[in-house]
Design a protein around this ligand. Structure first.
Ligand code: XMP
Length: 519
């Protein structure tokens, strides 16, 4: 088997909000890449053995005291280097050029004029040698280092891009990694393929083949336990492990009674029946509802649901003999973010030997086959592994489930009503094509009664709120502007088909100041 991570690109992160996107774009181009903090050690850089290095953008100015610099070895390894925005500025300064503080921050679309087409800008310009890019910078390079030539400019930025083709050093002031840069994908592909000479072995089929081999080596003939939730990450881990080790895998699916309509049955059908995976279903609805009785505070509810989950999972785990490994669906952004928040920088891989929260007597070794993959890569893997598209491209569903979508105290009666309403909402979103146009949508149970009229009678029943949002990062969101006809159809169906609902409202709050969930 070819070594699919042999051609690898190192990304040194100077803290730009777009840094992760660079790694994703490189991988989309079929080349393995990893991102580390800019002050990665010389030994680690050498050990990584990159075919090329990308210096990311960053929020600082090279004129600020103590502002970050690229390790000198980056320019002495003999591999191509691409500096993006701040990365271009520090590269210029470190190699003898000059950077000046700009009086104005240039932010937004710009049109570059390509004056010299090097390998990086191959097929980037149109017939007039122009191309639309996304700029976001204050400082700019005003004198290039020796050996560099300008390759493009804009009216306000004389060195929008430049290169030293002998040493294979390239710099761009704009951001090729964001989709606003029209030919960004081509530019990154030029760098990794034409300039660095990487192949394109990083694709789903090869990743699956590699992962299966690695899992077989790591696990041997031992047994593995996996908490299966039906979400994308744990589903892909289940499918991957099943291919790698077959019956050595046991999954535990905890049905907490706070799932969507028929979800438990669907998970069992998909994994146990269709794929032949050994899945233990722990029906714990009653237990969760008992623990939640009388509790109204959202954070208290979250804690109880989390605690009960661990207890149920641990009980099931204790019933199994000789399990050595616990599999988890950790993905690369979890790894980067948790390292960043702890260390103030990008990426420190730690291996740990237990999962947060499990009791000490259950000391498993971890198996995390998605730990170096982005969500979009995980999804592609899932499709390639035969998991149906609708499961892989589902809206996120929070761990506490309907527990935080029933305001205040959670009761089975409320959960049953909410499940029906949510199901009607989802059916109509899918039928109208709006499911894929929204990032997350769900119904929320309001524990208040409202008067309605049915035929000649009066109805005094519950209120359901509908929530649908558009967002990319879930940090900010705007309420989805669903067509009124669609909202009309959904609300009519909910009130007609569920006798316990007398009123439907649509949530028109954006985040901030509102959150996406109601609790
Ligand atoms: P908010 O409500 O904070 O939600 O705007 C942002 C995203 O996080 C999800 N969310 C949760 N996910 N456990 C989870 O696993 C939770 O307790 C939780 N609370 C919110 C929410 O669904 C949205 O996608």
């Amino acid at each position: 088997m070819t070594n699919i991570t042999q051609d690898r690109i190192l990304i040194l992160d100077f803290g730009s909000q777009y840094s992760q996107l660079i790694a994703r774009r490189v991988r989309e181009a079929g080349v393995y890449s990893e991102m580390y903090a800019y002050d990665m050690s010389i030994e680690d850089i050498k050990a990584f053995n990159p075919k090329g290095i990308i210096l990311s953008g960053g929020p600082e100015s090279v004129h600020e005291e103590g502002s970050p610099r690229a390790p000198e070895i980056v320019f002495n390894l003999g591999v191509p280097v691409l500096g993006i925005c701040y990365g271009f500025q520090t590269m210029s300064e470190q190699l003898g050029g000059k950077v000046e503080a700009g009086d104005v921050h240039e932010f937004g679309y710009a049109e570059i004029n390509i004056t010299h087409q090097d390998a990086l800008l191959s097929k980037v310009g149109d017939e007039k040698n122009q191309s639309q890019v996304w700029m976001s910078h204050g400082d700019k390079v005003v004198r290039l280092p020796e050996g560099f030539s300008v390759t493009s400019s804009t009216p306000s930025c004389p060195y929008a891009s430049a290169s030293d083709e002998t040493r294979k050093f390239y710099g761009v002031q704009f951001h090729p990694e964001v989709t606003h840069t029209a030919k960004g994908t081509e530019l990154i592909s030029n760098f990794v393929h034409i300039i660095c000479g990487c192949g394109n072995a990083w694709n789903s089929e090869n990743i699956i083949e590699l992962r299966i081999k690695q899992l077989q080596e790591q696990i041997g003939d031992q047994k593995v336990l996996l908490g299966l939730s039906g979400g994308v990450d744990s589903s892909v881990v289940a499918a991957l492990l099943h291919r790698a080790i077959g019956d050595q895998l046991t999954c535990v699916f905890v049905d907490n009674g706070l799932l969507r309509l028929n979800e438990g049955d669907q998970v069992m059908q998909m994994f146990a029946e269709n794929m032949g995976i050994r899945v233990i279903r722990a029906d714990a609805e009653q237990r969760f509802l008992t623990a939640l009785a009388g509790v109204t505070d959202p954070e208290a509810k979250r804690k109880i649901i989390g605690r009960e989950f661990i207890e149920v999972f641990a009980e099931e785990a204790r019933k199994l003999d000789g399990v050595k490994f616990l599999a988890q669906g950790t993905i690369y952004p979890d790894v980067i973010e948790s390292a960043a928040s702890k260390q103030g920088k990008a990426h420190v891989i730690k291996s740990h030997h237990n999962v947060g929260g499990l009791p000490d007597d259950l000391a498993f070794e971890l198996v995390e086959p998605l730990r170096d993959l982005f969500k979009d890569e995980v999804r592609k893997l899932g499709v390639a592994l035969g998991i149906p598209h609708h499961m892989i491209y589902r809206h996120p569903f929070p761990g506490p489930g309907l527990g935080v979508r029933i305001l205040g105290e959670v009761k089975k009666e409320y959960a049953d009503i909410l499940r029906l309403a949510d199901d009607i909402f989802m059916q109509e979103l899918r039928a109208s094509g709006w499911y894929d146009k929204t990032a997350q949508a769900f119904a929320v149970f309001q524990p208040v009664k409202s008067v309605g009229v049915v035929g000649d009678g009066r109805r005094y029943a519950w209120v359901i709120a509908l929530r649908a949002v558009e967002t990319v990062d879930f940090m900010t969101a705007r309420f989805a502007h669903l067509p009124y006809e669609l909202v009309d159809k959904i609300s009519t169906r909910i009130m007609n088909e569920i006798k316990d609902v007398s009123r439907v409202v649509y949530d028109v709050s954006s985040k901030p100041p509102a959150t996406i969930e109601w609790e």
